[in-house]
Design a protein around this ligand. Sequence first.
Ligand code: GLP
Length: 253
Amino acid sequence: MDVIIQSNAEMAARTAADLIARALSARPDLVLGLATGCTMESVYDQLVRKHQEEELDFSHCRTFNLDEYIGLAADDPCSYHYFMRHRFFGAVNIDLANTYLPDGMAEDLEVECVNYEKLITLNGGIELQLLGIGLNGHLGFNEPLSAFRSRTRVVTLSRVTRSQNASLFPKPGQVPRRAVTMGVGTILEARSCVLLATGLEKAEIVARAIEGPLTSMVTATALQLHPACTIVLDEESAGNLRENDHYQRMLAV
Ligand code: GLP
């Protein structure tokens, strides 16, 4: 695991965007795993800027998002479909036919989950998976006690997650109770992972995820098992790490 600590949130988002841009330039038909959440907004802003100013080309790129709420249509402003289209897809030259998110409105959600996994495999697997982290350590919507080998499936959202995401809905009671998420096993199969976390409120969970013991109670500890995982932080979210100096030195050599 590499831990990169930047001085502020903007620099951290730039670093995450640089890692994606480098992978995409090396491989224009990159299969990219994408995430949502407020932290990701600045990553997408940076990628849009790179597309506009540096001609970063998304025309051959394929994307798979981590998750979607159940019961929200793609045109619902609170859905992740809407978020992706408005924050990113609509602002770069990606072919919408090559962008995939789980369908939270699918009639048969079990079939939807199986098909999502198949689609990832058919596309050759995810090369780089972008991740955020929830206050309870979730990845995607893999809440505490998600099996490290879990696959794409229907999950019940925890109270912490529903209240963390409530500000993004007109009324807190409107946060859906369930979602479809890639599994922890699905995420761990990505050839590389980049997790971005910023801000003081993430400091405690970031330290547990990176330095704590492996436990399905904190889903993000599963990343300790991943052979090519980069964690990008700002100084605030890195504040509770014990081996902070060591991580900085590792990258300096
Ligand atoms: C949601 C998403 C997660 C994301 C989390 C963090 O719950 N399903 O994939 O990591 O939000 O959100 P934020 O960046 O707003 O803290």
